[in-house]
Design a protein. Structure first.
Length: 331
């Protein structure tokens, strides 16, 4: 009988210290790490963050922009993955279509879901025991017409994905639970929210400058030649690329539970609005606030709760939205 790993969409709630490690699992500090999607936009930041203390190899269909060890392989090629993973200590799985990147909805399922299954199976077959997998807060399914159940939103919040990208992330988390329950893998799923890369900063600032930042922007460029980013999310959450990368590296050392989920987000929101008044304005009423002291201490605090990552991964975001603005304005 497979061990109970909790309800889908919720973390496995076990004590974070002193918990017995499951029989048959190997817990080593990973040194040799393969990063699928290591040539990608987030992958480049993760590879850079691994340079100091790890022997990292990028696995991708495209070569990386920077000089780094590289394996040319497709996550849809199971034998190639199995061969690439042999002798490695851990895998960080980033490869797949990002939100809005795929040519159609079907591609998210065909690539993201099948690719993740291949990664899990290849790791199991190759004897790799530790995986860190990119999920997303998109799996929460929070939009302008779908308010969160409560604030701040933690990892136990129900998942209600609508689009195929969000659904693919929920399915990936479910598959991860399955492989952990089989007894051979230790998997950490990270849910970064919108990743703000340096090249996106000016675009988002341009969107915030529009009369209605929550609406779709005009198709034409603005006077400075900067195309507005696009309609911002209802919850206005973000994480900077270097912070997200540090989260993936920190998760390599996590051993407290065989399966866990962590949210990665900045401490405030895009544009740094006052959180509770904005939630009330967007949804017609403010969701239940389970930690009023959080928003009394910082009215700009994010709607996403990252205390689990802080306490168990020793991860915290650096700076806030004012640093994003300063960085964009210095370019």
């Amino acid at each position: 009988m497979l061990p109970d790993l909790g309800e889908p969409g919720n973390v496995l709630l076990l004590p974070s210290t002193g918990a017995a490690k499951p029989k048959g699992r190997v817990y080593l500090k990973p040194e040799k790490v393969v990063v699928t999607g290591g040539s990608g936009r987030l992958g480049g930041h993760v590879m850079a963050a691994l340079e100091t203390n790890h022997q990292a190899i990028a696995l991708d269909i495209n070569p990386p922009h920077q000089k780094t060890p590289y394996i040319a392989a497709d996550i849809l090629d199971l034998p190639a993955l199995t061969g690439a993973f042999k002798g490695q200590d851990a895998v960080i799985h980033l490869a797949g279509y990002d939100d809005g990147q795929a040519p159609d909805e079907q591609a998210y399922m065909a690539t993201n879901v099948q690719g993740a299954w291949n990664v899990f199976q290849a790791a199991e077959d190759a004897g790799v025991r530790h995986l860190v997998v990119a999920s997303s807060t998109a799996a929460l399914g929070l939009y302008h017409d779908r308010a969160p159940d409560y604030l701040p939103i933690d990892e136990a919040h129900p998942l209600r994905p609508m689009g195929a990208y969000a659904l693919s992330k929920q399915v990936i988390e479910t598959m991860a639970r399955h492989y952990v329950a089989r007894g051979s893998l230790h998997i950490v799923c990270l849910r970064p929210t919108l990743i703000v890369r340096p090249e996106k900063e000016a675009q988002i600032l341009a969107q915030l400058a529009l009369p209605d930042p929550d609406s779709e922007p005009p198709a034409q460029l603005d006077a400075d030649g900067v195309r507005p980013y696009g309609a911002l999310s209802a919850i206005r959450t973000y994480v900077r690329s270097h912070d997200a990368a540090r989260g993936f590296v920190a998760a390599l050392d996590y051993q407290a539970r065989p399966f866990d989920i962590f949210t990665l987000a900045a401490n405030d929101g895009i544009g740094r609005p006052k959180t509770l008044p904005r939630m009330a304005a967007v949804f017609g009423a403010c969701p239940e606030v389970r930690d009023p002291a959080r928003y009394q201490a910082d009215p700009h605090a994010s709607v996403l709760d990252t205390r689990h990552a802080r306490d168990d991964l020793c991860w915290q975001p650096q700076g806030d939205w004012r640093d994003v603005v300063a960085s964009a304005e210095s370019e």
